[in-house]
Design a protein around this ligand. Structure first.
Ligand code: 6PG
Length: 481
C-alpha cells in the first residue's frame, strides 16, 4: 500500500539509469516513490533490488504524486524526446504550485529551454539535468549537471549532492552543482558527451597505431594503457580500455575486443554538439571528426568492397617501438588538450548566445568524478580557470601551453608516421590542425577572400586600411609571364 505524502522524491522510468538512481537515492536515506509505465517492471523492481523500506512502488502516476511530500519532486528518467513532453503534460495537472519536475535524460538543450518556460507558466518548477556515469555511476555516484528553474535548486540540492560522486582531498566535494538557467545543464552534459566522443576516438586511434603499426599484442596494449593510466592520462576511459584488452571469451579464450564488429553506434549527443558548434561558427573539430569516424566505420560493407580496390602502404612502423609508444602517448595527451579546449570554447560561445553565466572551474570539477570523461586532467583544467576565470582558450593556460610545446614534436611525428604508413588518425590530425590554426597570426584566408570577391564580389577587408573593398579582378589580371 502506498504511504501518503511521505516520500522525499519520485522517479519515473525504471530502465537501467532510473533503477540505479533510485537505489542510490534510497541508499542515502531518502525515501523514493518509483513508477514505470509497464507495471510489471515496477513490481519486479520492488520485489527484488528495490525491496526496501525507503522504496515505495506505485502503479499509477496519481499514486506516485500522492506518495510525495510537498513541495513534490518528480524525476523523469525516460527516453529523450516526445515522451518527455507527454509525461510533463500528464504530470502537470497532478502537481501543485511550487512542485518540481526533473528531466534526467540526454535532452537537447533547446528542448529544456522550451520546457522550462512551459512548466514555469503552469506555476511549477523545472530542472533539466545531465546525468553522467552510466549504470555504475547512477548506482554509486554520477556526475550531475542541473539547470533550469533556479528556485528549484535548493529543493533538490540535498538529494542530488548526496547521490553524486565525491572528489577532493577529503572525498567530500560532490560532482553536482548548479549550472545555470533553462537548458544550460543539458548543454554542459551535451559538451561532456562531445568531449567523450573525442576522447574515445583519440584512444581508438592510439590503439590502432600501436596494434597495426607497432604490432603490439592485446596483453602488451593492456600493459601500455595500465602505465598510461598512472600518469597524465589517468582517466576512466584509459582505465576501461586497459580492462577491455584483458577480457577473454570464457568459451573460446579469444580476446572479446578482437571479435567485436568495427561498426560504431551513436545515440546522437556528439552530433548535437557538432551541429550547434557549426550554427555558432565555433570550430569544434574533434567531436565532428569523431562523429564522422563513427559514420565511416558504420559503412562496413562499402569499406570491405573498397579494401579490395583502393591501395595504400603497408601499415607497419619500422621505428623503435618503445619510443613510438611514448610518442603516441604524447600525441594522445596533446590531442586531448585540444579537444577539451574546444569543448570549453563552445560552452563559452553558448553562454554568450544564451546569456548564461557559466562557471568553468565548477564545470571542470563536476566532470572530475562520476562521469565518463572523469580524469586527473580535469584538476589541471579547474586550476587553469581558477587562475584565469575568463581564459579565452584552455591551450593558453601556462600548464597547457607547456604541455603542448613539450608534446608537439612527438605529436607531429606520430601524425606524419600515420600518414606515411596509411593509418587513419582523423582525431589526432584535427587536433593538430586546430593547434596550428589557432596559434598562427596569419592564415591563407586572404586568398580565400580574394577568390570569393573574384567570383562573387563578396568584398574583403584589408590589412593596411579600414573598410570593405571589392576588386575588378578581370581588369587587374595579367597574362602569366
Ligand atoms: C554518460 C554517457 C551516456 C551516453 C552513452 C552513449 O555520460 O553516462 O555519455 O549519457 O548515452 O555514452 O552515448 P553514444 O551512444 O552517443 O555513444
Amino acid at each position: 500500500m502506498t504511504k501518503q505524502a511521505s516520500c522525499d522524491i519520485g522517479l519515473i522510468g525504471l530502465a537501467v539509469m532510473g533503477e540505479n538512481l533510485a537505489l542510490n537515492i534510497a541508499s542515502r536515506g531518502y525515501s523514493i516513490a518509483v513508477y514505470n509505465r509497464t507495471t510489471s517492471v515496477t513490481d519486479a523492481f520492488t520485489a527484488d533490488r528495490g525491496k526496501q523500506p525507503n522504496v515505495v512502488g506505485c502503479r499509477t502516476l496519481e499514486d506516485l504524486v500522492a506518495a510525495l511530500k510537498a513541495p513534490r519532486k518528480v524525476m523523469m528518467m525516460v527516453k529523450a524526446g516526445p515522451a518527455v513532453d507527454q509525461l510533463i503534460a500528464t504530470l502537470t495537472p497532478l502537481l501543485s504550485k511550487g512542485d518540481v519536475i526533473i528531466d534526467g535524460g540526454n535532452t537537447l538543450p533547446s528542448d529544456t529551454d522550451r520546457r522550462t518556460r512551459e512548466v514555469e507558466a503552469s506555476g511549477l518548477l523545472y530542472i533539466g539535468t545531465g546525468v553522467s556515469g552510466g549504470e555504475e555511476g547512477a548506482l554509486k555516484g554520477p556526475s550531475l549537471m542541473p539547470g533550469g528553474s533556479k528556485a528549484a535548486w535548493p529543493l533538490i540540492q540535498p538529494i542530488f549532492q548526496a547521490i553524486a560522486a565525491k572528489v577532493g582531498p577529503k572525498g567530500d566535494i560532490p560532482c553536482c552543482d548548479w549550472v545555470g538557467p533553462r537548458g544550460a545543464g543539458n548543454y554542459v552534459k551535451m559538451v561532456h558527451n562531445g568531449i567523450e566522443y573525442g576522447d574515445m576516438q583519440l584512444i581508438c586511434e592510439a590503439y590502432w597505431l600501436l596494434k597495426q603499426a607497432a604490432g603490439l599484442s592485446n596483453d602488451q596494449l593492456a600493459k601500455v594503457f595500465d602505465t598510461w593510466n598512472r600518469g597524465e592520462l589517468d582517466s576512466y576511459l584509459i582505465e576501461i580500455t586497459r580492462d577491455i584488452f584483458t577480457a577473454r571469451d570464457p568459451g573460446t579464450n579469444d580476446y572479446v575486443v578482437d571479435k567485436i564488429l568495427d561498426k560504431a553506434g551513436a545515440k546522437g549527443t556528439g552530433k548535437w554538439m557538432s551541429q550547434l558548434a557549426l550554427d555558432m561558427g565555433v570550430p569544434s573539430t574533434l567531436v565532428t571528426e569523431a562523429v564522422y569516424a563513427r559514420c565511416l566505420s558504420a559503412m562496413k560493407d562499402q569499406r570491405t568492397r573498397a579494401s579490395r580496390v583502393l591501395v595504400g602502404p603497408d601499415m607497419h612502423n619500422r621505428g623503435d617501438t618503445h619510443l613510438f609508444i611514448e610518442q603516441v602517448r604524447q600525441a594522445l595527451y596533446a590531442s586531448k588538450i585540444a579537444s577539451y579546449a574546444q569543448g570549453f570554447v563552445q560552452l563559452a560561445a553558448a553562454a554568450k548566445e544564451n546569456e548564461w553565466q557559466l562557471d568553468y572551474r565548477s564545470i571542470a570539477m563536476l566532470w572530475r568524478g562520476g562521469c565518463i570523461i572523469r580524469a586527473q586532467f580535469l584538476e589541471r583544467i579547474a586550476e587553469a580557470y581558477d587562475a584565469e576565470p575568463n581564459l579565452e582558450n584552455l591551450m593558453l593556460a601556462p600548464y597547457f601551453q607547456k604541455a603542448l610545446a613539450d608534446s608537439q614534436s612527438a605529436w607531429r611525428h606520430v601524425i606524419a608516421s600515420a600518414a606515411t604508413i596509411g593509418v587513419p588518425v582523423p582525431g589526432f590530425m584535427a587536433a593538430l590542425a586546430y593547434y596550428d590554426g589557432y596559434r598562427h597570426e596569419r592564415l591563407p584566408a586572404n586568398l580565400l577572400q580574394a577568390q570569393r570577391d573574384y567570383f562573387g564580389a563578396h568584398t574583403y577587408e584589408r590589412t593596411d586600411k579600414p573598410g570593405t573593398f571589392h576588386t575588378e579582378w578581370l581588369d587587374l589580371r595579367r597574362p602569366v609571364g
